[in-house]
Write a protein that binds this ligand. Structure first.
Ligand SMILES: Nc1ncnc2c1ncn2[C@@H]1O[C@H](COP(=O)(O)OP(=O)(O)O)[C@@H](O)[C@H]1O
Ligand SMILES: [Mg+2]
Length: 344
């Protein structure tokens, strides 16, 4: 189904404006991630979509051609997965997954068939008779997912479902989830504060800040064409260059760069991987730090601007600390963005 929100906002009784008027559309089968720092309103938005929270007057929520704004949570038929699994610990995997179907009073035969189907989809067949307490965190989260999709919801909502897991498991389950969600062919919204997770799982990412969706696009769009300093910094940690701008010339301590266009009323951002160490580069600096990160080295440079980082593919030789090096940044790698309040 297609989800459309128009003018949807939430002010809590204590006056907290958790969500400012927001429009959002999610197409049939699309997987959209809501990405933003803690407290930006992600959970509030998700709970409004589920029907767990009443939005302000004037908000509208549509599932296809149905206006569901005042429909109860039960009647919206959404599936939900949360950080805490909220499974019944003393019941088997099979009984947990079948629970919602039993509540719907489906015939036992049908429950049996549907549970078997989702057990297979989520690769949980071998655990079907186990109790929840005998499962690992990753397995529990797969059961929670299976339980959410067993009633064939119109929409699947996931709120930081991987946050309780340790780093290695998180990464494995993240990639698994990306594949699984696509096999379900369901419209889904995935909330996270982790940019890698959002980029790995979603077709489209809506970045939130201060109760607003500030930019929405494919992971590639957000990474290459952020519309604000906030998005540039939050998605992929771009650095703001500190220097003096004159038209399309940008003066740093360690040299001069050419901007793609006039940068006078802009902030200039660059990503570490776009700062290339190369002989004859227009910037000169000194290697301060070299950190090995498996796929690449992260190198901290001084004398160009404080805190400038570059990233070198680990197959190459890393420079040594203290060495003088030259670096180059191609004009097309520089992102010119509206000046933000704190940089003015
Ligand atoms: N029931 C509530 N009453 C008052 N303020 C709330 C309530 N729930 C959430 N908030 C506030 O609304 C803002 C957004 O919260 P939330 O949607 O949970 O953010 P996120 O999920 O992005 O971390 C926060 O400032 C939070 O403290
Ligand atoms: Mg939250």
């Amino acid at each position: 189904m297609t989800l459309s929100l128009t003018n949807t906002a939430k002010t809590f009784p204590d006056g907290t404006r958790a969500l400012l008027p927001t429009d959002l559309k999610v197409e049939q089968g699309e997987i959209v991630s809501l990405l933003g720092p803690s407290g930006c309103g992600k959970t509030t938005l998700l709970r409004i979509i589920a029907g767990l929270e009443t939005p302000n007057d004037g908000s509208e929520i549509w599932f296809d051609d149905d206006n569901v704004t005042s429909l109860s949570v039960e009647r919206r038929k959404v599936g939900m997965v949360f950080q805490s699994y909220a499974l019944f610990p003393n019941m088997s995997v099979r009984a947990n997954i079948g629970y919602g179907l039993k509540m719907q009073k489906l015939p036992a035969k049908e429950i049996e068939a549907r549970v078997t189907e989702v057990l297979e989809m989520c690769q949980l067949q071998e655990f079907s008779a186990r109790s929840i307490t005998a499962l690992s965190g990753g397995q529990r989260q797969r059961v929670a997912l299976a339980r959410a999709i067993a009633p064939r919801p119109r929409l699947l909502l996931l709120d930081e479902p991987l946050s309780a897991l340790d780093a290695a498991l998180r990464e494995a389950l993240r990639d698994e989830l990306a594949v699984l969600l696509r096999t379900f062919d369901i419209t889904a919204i995935f909330v996270t504060h982790d940019q890698d997770e959002a980029m790995a799982i979603a077709d489209r990412v809506a970045v939130m800040s201060g109760g607003l969706v500030v930019q929405s696009g494919t992971p590639e769009d957000l990474y290459r064409k952020p519309n604000s300093a906030f998005v540039a910094g939050f998605v992929g940690n771009a650095m703001r260059l500190e220097g003096r701008c004159e038209g399309a010339r940008f003066y740093l301590d360690g040299g001069t760069l050419t901007l793609p266009s006039d940068g006078s009323d802009r902030d200039v951002f660059v990503r570490a991987e776009d700062v290339a160490l190369q002989a004859g580069g227009s910037l000169e600096g000194r290697v301060e730090t070299v950190t090995f990160l498996g796929t690449h080295y992260r190198i901290g440079l001084s004398d160009i601007m404080p805190g400038l980082l570059t990233s070198t593919y680990a197959g190459q030789n890393a420079p040594r600390v203290g060495e003088t090096v030259r670096a180059e940044i191609k004009p097309e790698a520089l992102m010119l963005l509206p000046k933000s309040a704190q940089s003015a």
